[in-house]
Ligand binder design. Structure first.
Ligand code: AMP
Length: 395
């Protein structure tokens, strides 16, 4: 369905045309009527499916620019995602009088305060920590908020964020619309999600935990000491555009960067221990194609839109299926093809089994397949038993 078939104001259509958005993506088509009708919503869609615009377009349409007040609130778990969300809203709102503004940690709070005190803001995009600081400072009023959006909702509802989110939502005292968007929604989080919503609609464009078909899943059973050699060998044989390498901890990002930079050119690293300026600059360099390789912690794992990542490498085996989905979702976006390559050590085998079962992944092994070897004795035992039964139970 085309955007022109919706009842959108001409100025928003003009912006969408400028952005090259003609056809709605499936998540946009499915959620638009619900959001526009003012209903609460819990929407599950793969990362890279156009979730941001799915919320942003109806949100901008709902804002009354003549009213000088925050009318839309968007909460996201990371600073990078906050800036990305803001950039998308800014583009869609560029031909309207709707003014979005982003507040996030690591940025001068005085600048945030000055802007919010002195200037008009209609849509506030925020990370929870900074937003709470501003609420405590008495800078914000939510009296006119019509719609609150939780992007990467399952992350926002996890321990660590949950209390903040409950507090923020409790500051909107009147009835309002709440929209939850996510690519994953573990069962234990579903109930918490429900507590935030009023008579919600559920829309899921995710086939039950199945990994997207646009991504091929490669695994390499490797001794940790061999990983660097194996990775270089693998990359040499691949047609590469951009590569995103995930490690489980900041110190791993640092040490991998130090040791691999001699082998790979146009490489940088990023994690939450760096200054916000360095984080933002690195993301921008990667997004604009000036970097070929980025080694990162999971701050780059959620929601970030990198159009040209051809390969995602799990240097460290991911904690669970959700983390695998988010990391690998940085490739194969908007119908493009992508490859995920994950190192598996002896200690990861049971997690590996769980992962492929839960995500219904068909793994391709590069090098030896440890499971077929492990299974071989079992298979032999099964065959021997069958022969024994045939001999002893026949006639
Ligand atoms: P998201 O899932 O929001 O991160 O979006 C993924 C990518 O799809 C972004 O680069 C968007 O600019 C792009 N996008 C979103 N909606 C559309 C659309 N209707 N047509 C073309 N591109 C789109």
């Amino acid at each position: 369905m085309k955007f022109t078939e919706l009842d959108l104001p001409a100025n928003i259509l003009k912006a969408l045309k400028k952005m090259g958005y003609e056809e709605m993506t499936p998540i946009q088509e499915a959620t638009y009527p619900v959001i526009f009708a003012g209903q609460d919503l819990c929407a599950l869609a793969e990362t890279g499916s156009g979730k941001t615009a799915a919320c942003a377009i109806p949100l901008i349409q709902k804002v009354d620019p003549a009213l000088n007040a925050i009318q839309g609130l968007v909460l996201v778990p990371t600073r990078e995602l906050c800036m990305q969300y803001m950039a998308e809203i800014e583009k869609i709102a560029s031909t309207t009088h709707v003014i979005p503004y982003a507040v996030y940690g690591g940025f001068d709070k005085k600048i945030h305060i000055a802007k919010l005190k002195q200037e008009e803001v209609h849509i506030l995009v925020a990370t929870p920590g900074r937003l709470i600081d501003l609420l405590y400072d008495g800078i914000l009023s939510f009296a006119q908020v019509k719609c609150a959006i939780l992007d990467e909702a399952d992350e926002l509802l996890k321990v660590g964020f949950l209390e903040d989110i409950e507090f923020i939502l409790s500051c909107i005292l009147h009835e309002h619309q709440t929209l939850l968007f996510s690519a994953t929604m573990p069962d234990d989080i579903k109930k918490l999600a429900h507590d935030c919503l009023r008579d919600p609609q559920h829309i899921s464009l995710i086939t039950d935990r199945v990994a997207p078909e646009s991504i091929e899943h490669y695994f390499a059973y490797t001794h940790p000491k061999q990983k660097q050699i194996e990775l270089i060998k693998y990359l040499e044989g691949e047609d590469i555009n951009q590569v995103l390498v995930f490690c489980n901890a900041r110190h791993m990002v640092d040490s991998l960067f130090r040791s691999i930079r001699k082998d790979l050119r146009d490489i940088d690293y990023m994690h939450a221990g760096l200054t916000q300026d360095k984080r933002s600059a690195t993301i921008e360099k990667f997004r604009s194609g000036k970097l070929r390789y980025l080694i990162a912690s999971d701050v780059a794992g959620r929601g970030l839109d990198f159009s040209h990542v051809s390969h995602v490498i799990n240097w460290d085996f991911p904690r669970d299926g959700e983390q695998y989905t988010h990391r690998t979702g940085r490739t194969g976006r908007m119908g493009r093809k992508g490859k995920a390559f994950t190192f598996v050590s002896k200690h990861d085998l049971s997690s590996f089994r769980k992962l492929i079962r839960s995500r219904k992944i068909t793994p391709c092994w590069i090098g030896k397949d440890p499971l077929s070897e492990n299974n071989a004795p079992q298979e032999r035992r099964t065959q021997k038993r069958a022969i024994y039964r045939r001999k002893n139970h026949s006639g």
